[in-house]
Design a protein around this ligand. Structure first.
Ligand code: PSU
Ligand code: MN
Length: 307
């Protein structure tokens, strides 16, 4: 079995790839493990619509029934959204086993990058990446997303990393792994619900054509991925001090209940949702849509270079 034999690409995505037209990959762990039903389904459909409005073809990626599904259909989006946490959360180390089991799984940033690269997609939009968890010096909990960025030539547009993570350590590991961190219209790495984290990006660009040029260089030089940090819109930002207090509460709750490893991120997201009375989710959806827009613009600029 070759890797591409596992691919199941929807007709509209295949047509766009064949034509060299812009395509934006979208992840699915955010659907299964990142948001409650039915907001997860609504978000998934809206984000696809935003990509289309900005001139690219959306390709939501998941593992469905033992295949890498690229361009998940409406029915399968519904299945993923309803399955929620009972679907698997596919990180890189799970992929081969999940294919054997014929499972359905949300793909993380790491596995979505892997499958996107296999399909020939170069640009990917998400909310926030996984990173180095607070306390990683004792738990060693560092997301596989960071290593995938070092090896797989896909640009990931995100709103930075949540401060449920240790942002300083996350940026250090990205540097160790040789991952360029670009700020789109910002000098500072954003902190997901907040526009600023206090830490600088490596390089700021204000024009999507320049970001497309950096991606083209990474590909030409045989390097890995690119992280594009795109801050949440001003109107949707949450108060940094208030959200920080809720995050601290959520982390204390996880410690008290002994939640760790791959269950940790979904647990913290759900607790923060409860503690903010749902405001964290509204902001989360807004920033994903904003990332989808910028990713589509970058994909259009990248396709124009190749044309
Ligand atoms: N951040 C979010 N929502 C999410 C995730 C991160 O705001 O759903 C998901 C992404 O799929 C990311 C994954 O790749 O969590 C990271 O999980 P881990 O830390 O277990 O690698
Ligand atoms: Mn982890």
């Amino acid at each position: 079995m070759t890797a591409t034999a596992y691919l199941s690409i929807s007709p509209d995505v295949q047509q766009a790839l064949d034509a060299g037209a812009p395509v934006v990959a979208l992840e699915s762990t955010i659907i299964t493990h990142g948001m409650p039903y039915p907001q997860n389904l609504e978000m998934a459909k809206n984000v696809e619509a935003v990509v289309r409005q900005h001139g690219a073809v959306p390709a939501t990626i998941a593992i469905m029934d033992g295949k890498f599904c690229v361009g998940v259909s409406g029915d399968d989006l519904q299945r993923l959204a309803l399955a929620g946490g009972s679907a698997a959360k596919a990180s890189r180390r799970d992929v081969s086993a999940l294919l054997v089991k014929g499972a359905i799984a949300g793909t993380t940033v790491a596995t979505t990058m892997q499958i996107a690269a296999l399909a020939g997609i170069k640009v990917f939009a998400t909310g926030g990446i996984g990173g180095v968890h607070r306390g990683a010096e004792t738990t060693f909990d560092i997301s596989a997303d960071l290593q995938e960025l070092s090896r797989t030539p896909v640009a990931v547009v995100c709103a930075g990393a949540k401060s449920i993570l240790d942002i300083a350590k996350t940026l250090e590991v990205l540097e160790t792994n040789g991952v360029p961190v670009l700020g789109f219209g910002t000098d500072e790495f954003p902190a997901f619900w907040a526009r600023q984290s206090g830490f600088p990006v490596d390089h700021r660009f204000d024009d999507v054509a320049d970001i497309a040029a950096v991606i083209a260089n990474q590909i030409a030089l045989g390097m890995g991925g690119v992280l594009v940090a795109n801050p949440i819109p001003v109107a949707d930002e949450l108060d940094p001090a208030a959200i920080e207090a809720r995050i601290a509460e959520a982390i204390a709750g996880a410690e008290a209940e002994g939640v760790s490893r791959k269950a940790l991120t979904p647990f913290l997201l759900n607790r923060i949702f409860e503690l903010t009375g749902g405001k964290s989710l509204v902001a989360n959806i807004a920033l994903v849509e904003n990332n989808a827009m910028v990713a589509a613009q970058i994909a259009v600029a990248l396709a124009a270079r190749a044309a």
